[in-house]
Design a protein around this ligand. Sequence first.
Ligand code: DP6
Length: 321
Amino acid sequence: MKKIARAHTNIALIKYWGKADAKLRLPLMSSLSMTLDKFYSDTYLEKTDGPNTFILNGELQSNSTKDRVFKYLELLKNKYGITDNLIVNSINHVPTAAGLASSSSAFAALAAAFCNYYELDLSKKELSRLARLGSGSASRSIYGGFAVWNKGTSDESSYAYALEEHPQMDLHLIAVELNAQPKKLSSTKGMQLAQTSPFFKPWIDRNDLELKDMESAIHADDFTKLGSLAELNASEMHAVNSTAVPGFTYFEPDTIKAIKLVQNLREQGIECYYTIDAGPNVKVLCQLRNIKNIVKAFETSFNNVNIVVASFGSGISYLDR
Ligand code: DP6
């Protein structure tokens, strides 16, 4: 019986934001992420006599999402000499393209579903490499807990590994969905533009150091250090965006308001840090004891925010259909 592949979304604490090779999706920097329990994609495949088909959340897709999925499917089929046409059936338990990194879980689940369907016996490292070709961040969603994507220099050497699959750290992530609209500038395009910033290279030069510091914060179970480093790294990414030529930003006025709220909470002794990806939404890193107060502060300051409290999720799994 062919299975459903489930992959959880991950949020980078040290961001991937630039490619050395666009076709192979080789990054210019190594990255480190936390896999989340609350957001995931479930995907399974079926053969069809008709054309390739992509069904997302029960709806037949006819937009650019479909083109990207089909392009990736062709790559997988060519790699393994498969000529079947396929129906890709996915359920995304993630607000699609709203900056909650849905492509990480989507392409990790698709790579895993493909390998399961054709009984390809890949190691996790090989699966990570395969997922990377769909979307860079997907390489990290193969693992639970904390994962590191080693940038590498070739298709073979660029893959993610588990830093700690089942961390005991008291770390929670409050996803604050300020705006559920799909983003106007994709990550793929944003990270290309970012490289025109005069601050891009100095930022990349710091990658080894930032990664090492983050790893030692994790090993030392040091939430303060982890949060400060994650906030710094995210701020660097967005500073590079605003200083690109031409400059751009994913921030909306509410994003700034959320950043200030996090800073105010910290001043009041409620320790929390933000990280922000390619969209206006804010993720707040905190410890268990402060969740309630932080959620309350966001609900009081914003109308109609959607708040989800997440913690560590698991790596790829397979479910019966
Ligand atoms: C800001 O993995 O979506 O979330 O490889 O072009 O598909 P492509 O990019 P993608 O970029 C993710 C960017 C990020 C940071 C991160 O997840 O590391």
